[in-house]
Write a protein that binds this ligand. Structure first.
Ligand code: NAI
Length: 326
């Protein structure tokens, strides 16, 4: 298939070209993000491949259909950026990478917890400046703490397994739990957030989870709680998080995702003026750690993403049954 791959970075080109040697699709790498205005760049292709911050709303899908495109492959797990009803109406088949190295994201969530807790980022900078003081670097033992997960799917389970190794008590809220190992106790949302020392978000973004973690949630949480979001930015109400940080309710915040990340993440803005007041405020807190959607970013995950995406294209071309079709 000839596929237009939007929002490509050097690492996408490297992994897709390497893996495509076994598939033989015709890959057109495009740097711009997909939206209604850029859809025309896919002219002459049969399929389009997108990432987390591309826009596949009804208008964009209509423009793609007009070009004769009937296959949309997502090189990510979340699919909140696609209007699935519009795709169905327009007879565009949509595929995603439903599973790739959940450990990659789980391990990144753990890295965020340990960085915020033991302040290794601050120690690194101090030592480079010849400052060997331990003042204000006090952390806490994770061992014996209560960790609460919102969402117990593949990533949540991988994260829970690591947390069990740390000797924490693991609890989870999930309205549709599947496999629940015996060491994880399910709880309702309010009980979970009001008793956990560390809360980690691992559910998808949808109409039920948008701004699910908001000022009412913060009011119920323990003072000084740690919150980690590696899922999708809009699950957390960032303004409410800023208020909770200002009053000390939220003791630590680690975010790998941000509601307005499409205008910021995956690009070098170090020489630009950043107009987003919310992210600037979040960046100003000493107890906030922000990474730019890099939870998935391991060699293993990139290879699996390329393999599954290219297999999805092959299956779409042959009309084969495929469990990744949405
Ligand atoms: P999954 O589909 O295996 O698990 C999601 C779980 O959330 C399911 O068990 C589901 O029942 C549960 N859930 C649904 N609605 C919920 C609600 N209202 N409250 C609590 N739980 C709810 O998905 P997986 O693979 O574990 O991924 C989770 C999310 O992680 C994805 O939707 C995506 O947004 C995000 N993600 C982030 C990445 C990153 O690089 N930071 C990379 C990959 C995924």
């Amino acid at each position: 298939m000839k596929v237009a791959i939007f929002s490509t970075q050097s690492y996408d080109r490297e992994s897709f070209n390497r893996v495509n040697a076994d598939f033989g699709h015709d890959l057109l790498f495009l740097e711009p993000a997909l939206n209604a205005a850029t859809a025309i760049l896919a002219d002459g292709c049969n399929a389009v491949c997108v990432f987390v911050n591309d826009v596949a709303d009804a208008e964009t899908l209509k423009a793609l259909r007009h070009l004769g495109i009937s296959t949309l492959v997502l090189r990510c797990a979340g699919f909140n950026q696609v209007d699935l009803q519009a795709a169905k109406d327009l007879h565009i088949s949509v595929f995603r990478v439903s599973s790739y190295s959940p450990e990659a994201v789980a391990e990144h969530a753990v890295a965020m917890i340990m960085t915020l807790n033991r302040k290794t980022h601050k120690a690194y900078n101090r030592i480079r400046e010849g400052n060997f003081s331990l003042e204000r670097l006090t952390g806490f033992n994770l061992h014996g703490k209560k960790v609460g997960l919102i969402g117990l799917g593949q990533i949540g389970l991988a994260f829970a397994k690591i947390m069990q190794g740390f000797g924490t008590a693991v609890f989870a809220y999930d309205p549709m739990p599947k496999d629940v190992p015996s060491y994880i106790q399910l709880q309702d949302y309010d009980t979970l957030i009001s008793t956990a020392d560390v809360i980690s978000i691992h559910c998808p973004l949808n109409e039920h989870t948008k701004h699910m973690v908001n000022h009412q949630s913060f009011d119920k949480m323990k003072d000084g709680v740690m919150l980690i979001n590696t899922s999708r930015g809009a699950i957390l109400d960032s303004n409410d998080a800023i208020e909770a940080l200002k009053r000390g309710k939220l003791g630590y915040l680690g975010i790998d995702v941000y509601e307005q990340e499409d205008k910021l993440f995956f690009r070098d803005l170090s020489e630009s003026l950043i107009a987003d007041e919310q992210i600037l405020r979040l960046m100003s807190f000493p107890n906030v750690l922000i990474t730019a959607h890099q939870g998935f970013f391991t060699t293993e995950a990139l290879t699996e993403i390329a393999e599954t995406t290219l297999q999805n294209l092959t299956d779409a071309e042959k009309g084969s049954l495929n469990q990744n079709q949405l």
